[in-house]
Design a protein around this ligand. Structure first.
Ligand code: NAP
Length: 309
């Protein structure tokens, strides 16, 4: 019995190496065609085609090598009751916070403008925008959102957040529900999306919701591309309602040639690099859950399959 790493080798090979180095006594298969179907006890996968899961009658644990599980849960024949665990990597939270703080400061401290001034040979001083004038709203107050909130507060921004359930977090204004979303949007000069992709959050950020942001607001997406109706976001940038956007995730990755995000003067686009999962952490968490499964202990980082995250 063992673990099948059912992930493209470009991403899966380092995880296979880490699993083998950490647990030489655990059987690890790097490809489906190597793994005897009745021996697969746990599977690591990012996404799956229909028909794969039912082929493994002894499968007792499905692990995602990522924080988001939207692609994995999209498979239509996920066996009822099969535990699904995600990877929660503190180093990823640090990396995402760096991305958000970096893109926010680039905008509010007008770093692009100063770069242009330097090229033009201009030594022109400008007043620094007061932190209090840059209210930050964070959609999603989970592992990522809470860490990002702390990092943004540490560089002086007043921060509020929005989540599904109501929360009380020291030093943070919190909102929930549809009314809470409206309140958060209308008071966010910088909006950060750190939500999981679920049926409820798909297309959440569209012309109607993004128009609630104050004029000249800036939008940063580190959640998932499908949460944003991109054409409507780009229209709001073109019309001047929004000042700019930093998009680490897009509906189509990579975007096709001709996609309007390429070369858009107000969109800063990065190829889903805000954070990258460490193969070592993915392997450690999968092995720990396999150990717990075998010992009958509660599993870590379980996903609520019906809720979608
Ligand atoms: P998490 O711990 O599960 O937190 C999710 C948060 O979103 C929770 O606060 C949850 O509310 C809130 N939420 C979910 N559905 C909602 C809804 N319908 N309305 C309002 N709030 C809702 O997830 P996480 O670890 O923070 O990760 C969040 C997402 O970040 C991932 O799913 C992934 O898509 C993305 N991510 C991106 C990168 C990257 O490189 N760009 C890297 C890692 C993660 P409750 O607290 O009430 O449950």
């Amino acid at each position: 019995m063992g673990i099948l790493v059912n992930i493209h080798p470009s991403m899966g090979a380092p995880i296979v190496d880490a699993l083998r180095a950490l647990a030489p006594d655990v059987q690890v298969w790097a490809h489906r065609d190597e793994a005897p179907a009745t021996e697969v006890e746990a599977m690591l996968a990012w996404s799956l085609k229909p028909g794969v899961l039912p082929a493994y009658p002894q499968l007792k644990l499905l692990c995602a090598p990522s924080a988001g599980v939207d692609k994995l849960l999209a498979v239509p024949d996920l066996p009822v009751g099969l535990p699904v665990a995600r990877t929660v990597d503190p180093q990823q939270h640090v990396e995402i916070a760096q991305y958000v703080v970096g893109t926010a400061l680039r905008h509010t401290r007008e770093l692009d403008l100063f770069a242009r001034q330097q090229q033009a040979g201009d030594w022109l001083r400008r007043p620094v925008r007061a932190s209090a004038d840059c209210r930050v709203g964070i959609l999603g107050l989970g592992e990522v959102g809470r860490f990002v909130a702390g990092a943004m507060q540490a560089v002086g921004y007043p921060v509020a957040g929005w989540s599904r359930s109501s929360k009380s977090i020291a030093g943070l204004a919190t909102h929930s529900g549809a009314e809470g979303l409206q309140q958060l949007l209308s008071t966010s000069d910088i909006l950060v999306c750190a939500l999981p992709l679920t049926p409820e959050t798909r297309d959440l950020l569209n012309r109607r919701t993004l128009s609630l942001l104050p004029r000249d607001a800036y939008f940063i997406n580190v959640g998932r591309g499908e949460q944003v109706v991109e054409d409507e976001l780009l229209a709001l940038l073109d019309e001047g309602h929004l000042a700019g956007a930093a998009l680490d995730v897009l509906r189509e990755e990579p975007p096709q040639p001709g996609n309007k995000v390429w070369g858009h003067p107000k969109a800063f686009v990065t190829p889903h690099i805000a954070a990258q999962a460490s193969a070592d952490t993915v392997a450690r968490q999968c092995l720990e859950n396999l150990r717990r499964l075998r010992a009958g202990e509660p599993l870590l980082n379980l996903v609520d399959v019906t809720r979608g995250y």
